[in-house]
Design a protein around this ligand. Structure first.
Ligand SMILES: [Zn+2]
Length: 430
């Protein structure tokens, strides 16, 4: 009864979002052929719209326009172009006063700001809601967010906000900095709020999961899913969360400028939302780079955008029955590879696994600023035994590069990026 009332209140407050959600649910009832036909149609529409309306695309596509603006002939849009030409990427017929500015965190080093309108905001929420439904969540059921991005958190929970939070059935905890005391309080909040879904940054949820396991804190049976977002999700983090929260983890893939690119289903496969994006995987600089086109963002079109991630598209169907095609996300963001003087490149997962089984580490981060040196910043109040660190340095010289020096620096905390993301491996050799 309470659920029905809430659902009704929620629908009344957000009619556009629910209408959009209904449309998205109809799309996922299509066959794959129908979906791909719709994608082709949406794609040619948005390319034409961008070329006709946005001054920057008009100029950028001048040479290929004569051949009919075929997707494969369009040049890639890079982040630094978005930074330099932001205002000229906006479609000319949009009312500037209705546009808001969003910022990406810059997990790949370059924060990007972009314009969006209210429609995009509602569509993003509707797209998220569709993903949540894959976990068995129903509109109006409670979600608890652990958010690492300080800029998103509004302060001062007044009465009006409490009412809104009740109807929205959503609560957000600012998780940009925390201690053991906060982890304890958050675990208590999950127990008293009894949400159906948890959502947040992978690194934050994994630390909370570790705390819940270490202190044997029982989690409510209401939990049906954990949505990991914004950061790369590692296997060990997923394992911790599933153990701690007693439900499945769903990895979401998207960014602020292009949300809802893909989401994992119950079978653990990432499905590409082809009714919202056109995703390509291209060989660029020896990497399978993901190139994304938003099919829905008409205010500021993103066409063939190099989002800064690697991954590939997969053939075949999934046992879950979803018509959306499959993909795999690469384990690294493009600048998180460690490079050696001899030209070898190491994926971040290699360094993350170096610390497997070591006790007493709170947080850590590998940083490469010079070709022959890697700094390991460690939050480890008791310190690590000298033999352990010696063996670690030895292993890096053996497996990575004979000339590579490991420097260990104990720190009190590791700052997150501007957007609140935790980066385990940073490589920026000069
Ligand atoms: Zn599936």
């Amino acid at each position: 009864m309470i659920y029905r009332l809430k659902n009704w209140l929620h629908r009344n407050r957000h009619p556009e979002r629910y209408a959009l959600l209904d449309g998205l649910l109809r799309n996922q009832a299509m066959t794959r052929e129908q979906l791909l036909a719709k994608r082709e149609h949406d794609l040619s529409e948005i390319i034409r719209h961008a070329y006709d309306r946005a001054p920057y695309y008009r100029e950028k596509y001048a040479e290929v326009a004569a051949q009919g603006l075929a997707m494969g002939s369009l040049p890639i849009l890079h982040k630094d172009e978005v930074i330099r030409h932001r205002d000229r990427l906006v479609a000319a017929d949009f009312d500037w006063s209705a546009l808001k500015i969003g910022n990406t965190g810059g997990s790949t080093g370059k924060p990007v700001s972009f314009y969006y309108d209210a429609f995009k905001g509602e569509l993003m929420r509707a797209g998220m809601a569709r993903s949540y439904m894959w976990a068995g969540w129903k509109p109006g059921e409670k979600i608890l967010n652990f958010w690492g991005a300080r800029q998103d958190i509004k302060s001062g929970p007044g009465f009006g906000q409490r009412v809104n939070a009740y109807i929205a059935a959503e609560r957000t905890i600012g998780a940009y900095e925390y201690t053991e005391a906060e982890l304890r309080a958050w675990a208590a909040t999950i127990r008293s709020y009894r949400p159906v879904l948890l959502q947040g940054y992978a690194s934050i949820l994994a630390e909370l999961a570790r705390y819940v396991i270490d202190h044997k804190i029982p989690m409510p049976a209401t939990l049906r899913g954990v949505f990991s977002t914004a950061e790369v999700l590692y296997g060990w983090q997923r394992e911790l969360m599933e153990r701690a929260f007693g439900c499945k983890v769903f990895n979401q893939y998207g960014s602020r400028e292009i949300p809802n690119i893909a989401c994992e289903c119950r079978h653990g496969n990432l499905h590409v939302f082809t009714d919202m994006v056109y995703l390509e995987s291209l060989d660029i600089e020896h990497e399978r780079r993901l190139i994304v086109t938003s099919l829905t963002n008409r205010a500021m079109p993103f066409i063939r955008y190099d989002i800064g991630d690697s991954g590939r598209l997969k053939e075949g169907d999934c046992a879950c029955g979803s018509p959306f095609p499959l993909m795999e996300i690469g384990l690294c963001r493009s600048n998180d590879l460690i490079r050696t003087r001899s030209g070898k490149r190491f994926y971040p997962s290699y360094f993350i696994h170096l610390l497997d089984g070591l006790e007493g580490i709170g947080q850590y981060q590998f940083v490469q600023r010079e070709a022959d040196k890697i700094t390991l910043n460690l939050v480890a109040p008791g310190g690590l035994p000298a033999e352990t660190l010696g063996a670690l340095g030895e292993r890096i010289r053996r497996e990575v590069d004979a000339g590579m020096v490991l420097e260990v620096v104990y720190v009190d905390e590791i700052k997150r990026t501007v957007s609140g993301k935790h980066r385990f491996v940073i490589s920026n050799p000069v």
